[in-house]
Design a protein around this ligand. Structure first.
Ligand SMILES: Nc1ncnc2c1ncn2[C@@H]1O[C@H](COP(=O)(O)OP(=O)(O)O)[C@@H](O)[C@H]1O
Ligand SMILES: [Mg+2]
Length: 267
């Protein structure tokens, strides 16, 4: 039996909850924006993700500390955008907001021309299931499930039968070089193999948007490169927009565009 993959904020940040904020006008279509970034080249023209004027603060010791200060960000179909910057600069916070895991104080997030920042918790869950694939630093695989069933989870959540989901998961595991490991539990696999399973899980539903938070930080250089090669190959096949949070200089060559954040603002 497959369990729900709980892609919740608590997985990223402990016990934080996502409050419900009544929506305003969900039909508004935002225009692609240019964020002030160091650009290596530009890919595509269709914005999958547009975030505008995102502000986020945390209360620390009774004091309000601004982590994101009116940040604009976008990612186009087929584009791999890297979010880099020092530790604590707000990268994961921004990724959580655009991934509908966390709410901003203000600002708008649009995915495929649909406002998602003002949806109910259950609507946001649906957006995540249908449109977003996640890759985490520590893989977040379900320990009790085989590699194949981990990859099958997003499809079963979309109502696809377990038999069909397993077939498709098996095909994808072959593509990431893990056919022989499909029956194995994550605990029996190396970190590089676990991350390849997580990549397959992230893309099996052909999401429009793939979000990866430090996907190579727990891997050695060779495994990290393999994971990035595979990620690029998989998202190219689905023409997804991809946002990778990293400060790993070994993988910077995989970026189509690099956005550097510092003190809650893009440089
Ligand atoms: N749930 C939280 N409560 C309080 N402060 C937080 C929380 N999450 C993140 N922060 C703080 O916000 C800042 C940005 O965090 P984060 O987005 O995780 O940075 P990065 O991913 O760039 O390392 C850090 O100073 C961090 O300590
Ligand atoms: Mg982080």
């Amino acid at each position: 039996m497959l369990n729900e993959v709980s892609m919740s904020v608590s997985e990223l940040r402990g016990s934080q909850t996502v409050p419900f904020v009544p929506g305003a006008d969900a039909s508004e279509v935002a225009k692609p924006l240019d964020c002030p970034v160091r650009t290596s080249n530009s890919v595509g023209s269709q914005a999958v993700l547009v975030a505008r004027e995102i502000c986020k603060s945390y209360k620390i010791g009774g004091e309000q500390r601004w982590v994101l200060r009116s940040v604009d960000f976008h990612a186009n179909a087929g584009e791999c955008v890297f979010l880099s910057g020092p530790s604590g600069s707000g990268k994961s916070t921004l990724l959580s907001i655009i991934g509908c895991l966390l709410e901003a104080e203000s600002g708008q997030v649009t995915i495929m021309d649909r406002r998602v920042d003002n949806l109910s918790v259950s609507q946001r869950t649906l957006v995540r299931r249908q449109m977003i694939g996640f890759v985490f630093q520590r893989f977040q695989l379900i320990r009790g499930l085989s590699a194949q069933d981990n990859v099958a989870v997003p499809l079963t959540l979309q109502g696809i039968s377990l038999q069909e989901a397993r077939l498709r998961a098996g095909d994808l595991l072959r593509r990431v070089g893990l056919e022989m490991h499909r029956k194995q539990l994550p605990t029996a696999m190396s970190p590089g193999q676990c991350q390849r399973v997580a990549l397959a899980r992230a893309v099996i539903g052909s999401p429009k948007l793939v979000l990866a938070d430090e996907p190579t930080a727990a891997l050695d250089g060779k495994s990290g490169t393999e994971v990035m090669e595979l990620l690029k190959e998989l998202v190219t096949a689905t023409n997804s927009a991809t946002v990778v949070v990293t400060h790993d200089p070994r993988i910077i060559r995989y970026a189509d565009r690099v956005c550097e954040i510092e003190n809650g603002r893009f440089k």
